[in-house]
Design a protein around this ligand. Structure first.
Ligand SMILES: O=C(O)C1=C[C@@H](OP(=O)(O)O)[C@@H](O)[C@H](O)C1
Ligand SMILES: C=C(OP(=O)(O)O)C(=O)O
Length: 413
């Protein structure tokens, strides 16, 4: 049995940074993720005038319920969509003139439903170049609150941003959602808001957030369930047994449900209160699976799929086309390069069984393309990447960990 130490969750770390910054008092984040996305978030907070101290394994944030200390700031959000969508929303609740820009990759990703909702709430917000994309400018003057309608069919992050804004408004927010993807991420948001003293409620498509503000706390960040998917997939493929501590039945992250996909394919899966274990059985069945709720693990499954004994059909993942790259086409193109037969539709991908051959993988600067095809590489020597370093977004030490994990000594039973 191998126990894997998985770095902290990106989603939980980003939310904890937002909530801690908005809270009354000093918060401590225990075992936060230190990666390009979350360091970019922390540095964005610093640019806005928040005090953030980062020691290994423990970050402290001095909260400012009134909003950014800086009267003006120019914030670069890098590749992180959580940073690019959550930070402008936090700043909008304060007072000052703030500009937000992002990497070329993030500039391409959509923002319009969120910025439209902020404008509907009275925020003076201007897109400097393309409408609905970074860069943008906000002349922040506090937010009264009220009712707003949101289409979160492209990204749940729009809803998360507005939910976290709610307690900082004068009168609270009522958000009616017309469509929603990646729903488990909203559950993470609601649970974490409550941990920081807020009282959001949900009745179907309607979310109500009273103007409570937030209270500082000490928050332990759980390991990243999307990152764990590569190690669980490796276990299912190679017949090893892999345990991740800190991701048990009480885990917040929906992406832990990826192990249910592996179970349906034939792996043994055990989850207790504190950990999850996957053991490969030598059997990997094809299947049809809806991954709308857990689409960050779509590339993991796509990269594992050629080794299944029948077709793998992944459905309802249209929004993976607006992530770090168009993930449906990137997975299809790279699988074809490996000699695998693949078809895609607007919101689906189907992968036929086959024997992958060595090839160079085009990453499109997408960390998940690298980490997913590293799984394929466990049974196909000679897979290389044009930009292996892009794993820095969520797991800077991925390659060292993977090498240790897959070295012959560790592969011995
Ligand atoms: O809220 C979050 O932390 C996230 C939500 C998901 O995005 P979408 O809601 O855009 O699918 C997920 O893909 C992303 O990695 C992190
Ligand atoms: C989609 C992702 O990131 P984000 O949307 O937070 O940039 C991801 O990590 O797979």
């Amino acid at each position: 049995m191998t126990v894997i130490d998985i770095p902290g969750s990106k989603s939980v770390t980003a939310r904890a940074l937002f909530l801690a910054a908005a809270a009354e008092g000093t918060s401590t984040l225990v075992r936060p993720l230190a990666s390009d996305d979350t360091e970019g978030f922390a540095e964005g907070l610093t640019a806005l005038g928040y005090e953030v101290e980062r020691a290994p394994g423990e970050w402290r944030v001095q909260g400012r319920p009134a909003g950014p200390a800086a009267a003006t700031a120019d914030v670069h959000c890098r590749d992180g969509a959580t940073t690019a969508r959550f930070l402008p929303t936090l700043a909008a609740a304060g007072h000052g003139d703030f500009r937000f820009d992002a990497s070329a990759q993030m500039r391409r990703r959509p923002l319009a439903p969120l910025t439209g909702a902020l404008r509907a709430l009275g925020v003076d917000l201007r897109h400097e170049e393309a409408e609905g994309h970074h860069p943008l400018r906000i002349a922040a003057a506090g937010i009264k609150g009220g009712a707003v309608t949101l289409d979160a069919g492209q990204s749940s992050q729009y809803l998360t941003a507005l939910l976290m804004l709610g307690p900082l408004t004068a009168e609270g927010l009522t958000i009616t959602v017309t469509d929603l993807v990646s729903e488990p991420y909203v559950e993470i948001t609601l649970a974490m808001m409550r941990a920081f003293g807020a009282a959001p409620t949900r009745d179907g498509d309607v979310f109500t957030v009273p103007p409570t503000g937030y209270r500082a706390t000490t928050y332990a960040v759980e390991p990243d369930a999307s990152t764990a998917s590569y190690f669980f997939a490796a276990a299912a493929l190679t017949g090893r047994e892999v345990t991740v501590e800190g991701l048990g039945t009480g885990a917040l992250q929906g992406d832990l449900a990826f192990v249910e996909v592996l179970r349906r394919m034939g792996a043994d899966v055990r989850t207790d209160a504190h950990s999850t274990t996957v053991r490969g059985t030598g059997r990997l069945r094809g299947l049809t699976v809806n991954m709308r709720d857990i689409s960050d693990t779509m590339p993991t499954l796509a990269a594992l799929a050629p080794y299944a004994d029948g077709p793998v059909r992944i459905e309802d993942v249209a929004n993976t086309r607006v992530k770090e790259c168009d993930r449906l086409e990137a997975c299809a193109e790279n699988l074809r390069r490996l000699g695998i037969t693949v078809t895609t539709g607007p919101d689906r991908i189907e992968i036929l069984p086959g024997t992958p051959r060595a090839a160079g993988i085009t990453t499109y600067g997408d960390h998940r393309i690298v980490m997913s095809f590293a799984v394929t590489g466990l049974r196909t020597p000679g897979i290389s990447f044009d930009d292996p370093g892009c794993v820095r977004k969520t797991f800077p030490d991925f390659h060292a960990h993977w090498e240790g994990f897959t070295s012959p000594a560790r592969l011995a039973p």
